[in-house]
Write a protein that binds this ligand. Structure first.
Ligand SMILES: O=C([O-])CC(=O)C(=O)O
Ligand SMILES: [Mg+2]
Length: 644
């Protein structure tokens, strides 16, 4: 059995110390032939080995020994196209289960990228030394999915379901994604909000093995090396958090890692980005959460958060190292940073990197889509409506700005004027001019001429909004009085309770429908079950950025975009709103069901890519003719591959 890990790979090459000159990418080659080109900068620049039609295990022995023989300063280059079609391989297309070696035997069963469990067929069991390591039965992937859903459904506690899913991801990646894609509506609340929030809170005690990359202050000055420790090279998407504002749960420090992991599993399941191209990162600069600091099981740095220059320097080293390691076109998604850093990081890096902030921009795009769809039910144009927000952080101001931008585009109204249709309430009351000096910079554009108002109910009565949006991170703040005030003002009040997880939702679906006598057009950030009121069933929509970021990311990747532009967020919004069917509207839905999410993501990706080409920000040339088809063809397919 040959099992070659990177460490022995480097040792064989006689490399020691901190830097590894090796890089490797797999080149697509005709079946059963492997060509490795070793590029040695100092000598033997182009030595190459070509092995054809032999036993794959033997091939690898040859390949690895020739790699080991080349100059230690050499670069071994296997090239892989940025958008890989390998993952779409069908039954009749044979592939080799590559890692840096051909996995076989016991190691193959423990390699999550290639393991198929009982689905290894007889031939594969012979060829890959699996005889005796598996019970005799051979079953299909579909039967495995059925069996696993059966056992997951038996768990009563959501966190147990979450742990079962994480274990599966570590054991058999394709089965994990097949399960998730086939049962997306049932499993999204498990791997994502609300359960992922609880998982982050309890990360220290449920922690079994590390997932993702942890970069703490201890790694300062060494971040490029840390990135090289990650086993994959062709990274296309990074989701990074510093754990300071995890959902609406506050500072969870290093335990925020659950969020990048969850978001990236949706990149693959909902947007079709290859799992090997996804990198979850948590930046650990400490935590101000006393409970965690005193928790003996806490997994992060036991110190208060670094701020100011120390924080900025670590983030800058990370951002620079990412671009140096993965190039200009790697997408960096900022996730769940606290307001004060989120806006600054986005402003600082949006002109030099391909970055976007999911909480500011992704949430804005999904809410705008929901509002555009809701107009079909409530009537009027965006400019005809008045918007009131509870919460003026990343999500609140991000959504407000995108609505203003869209109104301004639709009506040619100056942006300043369009902003006047939107009012925000924060913990100190309505944001008004007289508070200007003490306002954080991102709130200033929303300080209108108005008398101060202290609480939300009074603001509703005074401003008379048609749309009420909660982004406060504080649960149960849309009280009966607030919802009744909205219902008294509007025939069909639009009410979005966006804070996550469910415990932080501004009101429940049941409250929204009951207190508005079934008239509310309601959506929430975390899922709620359908509600029966007066003999009618209301299905609440889930206004969650999960509708947007997977398709947006795919669109950026497939067009080779180098920057994110606001117009791409509008394009994503438009594409999502266009996917709501009459049948959905008839059920009171303003978002299409998640079960069609891959099709929806393909349309979002196509619209985003088209915008990237239009704006001259796309580097993949020529532009594919049918972008929707192209997006679909690029998507990772979790069906098992057949091993030769
Ligand atoms: O993760 C989610 O469900 C949505 C989101 O970005 C947040 O609440 O921060
Ligand atoms: Mg978030």
């Amino acid at each position: 059995m040959i099992s070659l890990h990177r460490s022995c790979f480097l040792n064989n090459a006689g490399i020691s110390g901190s830097s590894s000159p090796f890089s490797y990418k797999l080149k697509k080659l005709p079946p059963a032939s492997v060509k490795v080109t070793a590029l040695a900068p100092n000598k033997d620049r182009n030595s190459s080995v070509l092995i054809e039609n032999s036993n794959p295990l033997e091939e690898i022995k040859d390949v690895t020994s020739s790699i080991a023989d080349v100059d230690p300063n050499s670069t071994v280059s296997f090239e892989e196209p940025e958008v890989s079609y390998d993952d779409a391989a069908s039954d009749d297309q044979l592939v080799t289960p590559w890692s840096l070696s051909v996995a076989s035997g016991y190691a193959l069963l423990r390699d999550p990228h290639h393991n198929k469990g009982l689905a290894f067929n007889e031939k594969e069991r012979d060829a890959y030394y699996l005889r005796g390591l598996l019970p005799p039965t051979v079953i299909s992937q579909d039967l495995q999915v059925k069996k696993l859903m059966h056992s997951i459904r038996k768990y009563q506690v959501p966190l147990q379901k979450y742990m079962a899913m994480m274990d599966l991801q570590e054991l058999n990646e394709r089965l994990f994604y097949k399960l998730l894609i086939n049962n997306v509506e049932e499993l999204l609340p498990v791997v994502y909000t609300p359960t992922v929030g609880e998982a982050c809170q309890k990360y220290g005690s449920i922690f079994r093995r590390p997932q993702g990359l942890f970069i703490s202050l201890k790694e300062k000055g060494k971040i490029r090396e840390v990135l090289r420790n990650w086993p994959q090279r062709n990274i296309q998407v990074i989701v990074v958090t510093d754990g300071e504002r995890i959902l609406g749960l506050g500072d969870l420090g290093c335990q925020g890692m659950g969020i990048p992991i969850g978001k990236l599993s949706l990149y693959t399941a909902l947007g079709g980005v290859r799992p090997s191209a996804c990198l979850p990162v948590t930046i650990d600069v400490g935590t101000n959460n006393e409970k965690l600091l005193n928790d003996e099981f806490y997994i992060g740095l036991r110190q208060r958060r670094a701020t100011g220059q120390e924080y900025a320097e670590l983030m800058h080293e990370f951002m620079t190292a990412v671009k140096q390691t993965y190039g200009e076109k790697v997408l960096i998604q900022f996730e769940d940073f606290a307001n004060h850093n989120a806006f600054d990081l986005l402003a600082k890096y949006s002109t030099t990197h391909l970055v976007f902030n999911d909480d500011i921009q992704g949430t804005a795009s999904v809410v705008l889509a929901g509002l555009v769809a809701a107009l079909k039910v409530v009537g009027g144009t965006l400019a005809d409506h008045r918007f009131l927000f509870l919460g003026a952080g990343e999500a609140g101001t991000g959504i407000a700005e995108l609505i203003a931008l869209e109104i301004s585009k639709q009506t040619n109204m100056p942006l300043q004027e369009a902003r006047k249709k939107i009012s925000l309430v924060d913990s100190k009351g309505l944001i008004v001019k007289s508070r200007m000096v003490s306002l954080q910079h991102f709130k200033k554009p929303w300080a209108h001429d108005h008398e101060p108002i202290k609480n939300l109910v009074d603001a509703v009565k005074e401003i008379k909004p048609t749309v009420l949006i909660g982004t406060s991170g504080v649960g149960r703040t849309f009280t009966k009085e607030v919802v009744e005030a909205m219902a008294a003002l509007n025939e069909k009040p639009v009410i979005f309770s966006l804070s996550n997880p469910t415990s932080q939702s501004e009101c429940t679906a049941e409250e929204a429908y009951t207190w508005s006598q079934g008239r509310a057009i309601f959506a929430s950030g975390s899922p709620f079950d359908p509600v029966e009121y007066n003999g009618r069933v209301f299905v609440p929509g889930q206004a969650n950025n999960a509708y947007i970021f997977p398709g947006l990311g795919l669109g950026l990747i497939m067009s080779g975009a180098i920057r994110v532009h606001d117009d791409m967020l509008l394009a994503a919004s438009e594409a999502l709103a266009a996917q709501v069917t009459q049948e959905n509207f008839d059920k009171g839905l303003i978002y299409p069901p998640f079960r069609n999410i891959r099709k929806i993501s393909a349309h979002i990706a196509a619209n985003v890519a088209a915008k990237a080409y239009e704006l001259g920000l796309a580097t993949r040339q020529p532009q594919p003719q049918d972008l929707v088809k192209y997006a679909e063809n690029c998507m990772y397919n979790p069906a098992y591959q057949s091993y030769r």
